[in-house]
Design a protein. Structure first.
Length: 249
């Protein structure tokens, strides 16, 4: 396992020999089993005049961190979730979630889409720090030492929720997703509002040459409490589409 970080999209990610600047190579390295903490910094702005034409544009060209309203973010998430569910359905892959600051919004992003039950298994909303240990099985010592807002906590939440919803007929083909962070309006436990970690636990899928991988993504989001929570969902879906390669289909 290797550790690398991207302070911005075009930054060179340290000394990992399998990594490079380009998105496809980064995702290929992730598929090979590397562990990353991806620090994403906002770059550029989306032209506000394009927002009303969102449905006419490829959502892969839109950065959810640049959207300013819950309505815009909801439309973006609907498009992303529909594409992810279709990709998973075609490959007999399931999705399970563990949520903290989003409090069920990630589950809602999927169940808003007709036919979601073919893929989406459920979400464990473990808002309390102790519930992360007692319900999901996140390392209690890790939580005591680092608090709930930590990349390894996000990774363990994603891994444990995939295990929690596992059934023999699913053959361990479950993507685990997680969210933990500070929605604001102020800091919490010394962590600033907008600091969020999303976790992904991806199963091995031989048919599409994806190996098992577990990683966390660090986000530094701006906006109101509700906007930060919805931006978190947008970033989870964006990252999953990039990693799975479904955004290229």
């Amino acid at each position: 396992m290797c550790m690398a970080s991207w302070p911005q999209r075009s930054a060179r990610p340290g000394n990992c020999p399998e990594c490079c600047v380009l998105h496809p190579a980064r995702m290929a390295a992730l598929r090979a089993g590397c562990l990353y903490i991806w620090r994403r910094a906002a770059i550029g702005r989306w032209d506000p005049r394009q927002r009303k034409r969102c449905a006419m544009h490829d959502v892969s060209t839109i950065d959810p961190r640049d959207l300013d309203s819950v309505e815009e973010l909801q439309a973006y998430c609907d498009d992303q979730a529909a594409a992810i569910l279709e990709w998973c359905r075609e490959r007999d892959v399931k999705i399970a979630c563990a949520e903290s600051l989003t409090g069920g919004l990630l589950a809602d992003a999927f169940v808003r889409i007709p036919g979601a039950s073919q893929v989406f298994l459920g979400s464990a909303v473990t808002y309390d720090i102790h519930a992360k240990a007692s319900v999901l099985g996140v390392d209690a010592e890790l939580l005591r030492r680092e608090g709930a807002v930590h990349p390894q906590v996000a990774i363990e939440m994603a891994q444990r929720t995939a295990q929690l919803f596992s059934q023999s007929e699913y053959r361990s083909r479950i993507i685990g997703l997680s969210t933990t962070g500070v929605a604001g309006p102020g800091p919490d436990g010394g962590k600033p509002a907008g600091l969020v970690y999303i976790g992904v636990s991806f199963p091995e899928i031989p048919a599409v040459s994806i190996e098992s991988s577990h990683y966390a993504v660090e986000l530094n989001l701006q906006g109101s409490r509700e906007v930060i929570r919805h931006k978190t969902i947008g970033c989870v879906l964006e990252n999953l589409r990039e990693f799975s390669g479904s955004s290229q289909e």
